[in-house]
Write a protein that binds this ligand. Sequence first.
Ligand code: ZN
Length: 273
Amino acid sequence: MPHSTVCLSFDFDALSVWFGYPHTTPSMLSRGEYGARVGVPRVLDLLREYDLPATFFIPGHTIESFPAEVEAILAAGHEVAHHSYAHVDPSQQSPAEERADLERGLAALARLGVTPAGFRSPSADMSAVTLTLLEEYGFTYDSSLMADDFRPYRPRIGDQVSQQSPLARGRDAALWEIPLCFEFDDWVHFQFNFNPYRNGTSAPSKVLEIWTADLAWMDERVDGGVLTVAMHPQVIGRAHRIAMLATFIQRALALPGLRFACLSDIARELAAG
Ligand SMILES: [Zn+2]
C-alpha cells in the first residue's frame, strides 16, 4: 500500500436525512434538495478538476428521488455504495425492519447495475445485528465505526459489555471497517439547525486546520495510513466550504507518495493481504 491514502466520501442523503428529525418542514427538505441541485454538480466538478476518485454513499430514497444526479456520479466513474433505503438509524429499527430497509436499498442500487461493496450506516450508528446483516449480504467493508483512525480493522460481532461487566470480545467480522470520526464529518462542523439545535456554523479555516493537522500527523508517523473524510453534498457544496475542500486536496497532493482512493479499493487491497 502507498505511504498515505486519502479517501474522499460523500453521503448523498438529499431529502432522506431530514425525515429523521421529529418535525420535517419544507425548509428542511429544501436544504436536502440543495445537495442534489448544487452540491453534487459542484463536488463532481471539483473531483474532475483534480482527477480524483471518490465514494458516494447513497440511500435508495435519494436514488429514486434524484436519478439524474446519481447517474452523473456513476458516469463520472465514482464508487456508489449503500447508505440504507430511508436513512433510518438502525439502532431504532427491529431486525426485520433493518433487513427490509437494507434489501430495498440493494434493489434501488441493482436497478442502476450497482452491487455495492460497502455500507455506511445512517447516523453512523448500528444495531446489534447490523454487522451480521452486512456479512450475510456479502459486503466487503463498512465505514461507520470509530475504534481506530488511520488503520482499517476487523470490527467485532457479539461483544458483551455493560457498565457492570467488562468487555468480553466477540468474533472478528468477515468484512473490514474503514473507520470514521465526527471531526472528519462536515455535517458536525457546518450544518446549522433550529430544532434540535445545532450551531453548525464553523468557519472553514477551523475545519481546514483540523483536517490538515490529522493529515500531516498521519503522513509523518503512520506508514500505510488511510484517512477517510465524510462529507455531504448539501453541506460541503456551499461555496466557502467547497473552496476549503479544494485547499485540503491541494495540501494532500503536495505530500510525496500520497494517493487518493475509493473505499472499495482499500477493502480490496486489504482482502488481498
Ligand atoms: Zn447520511
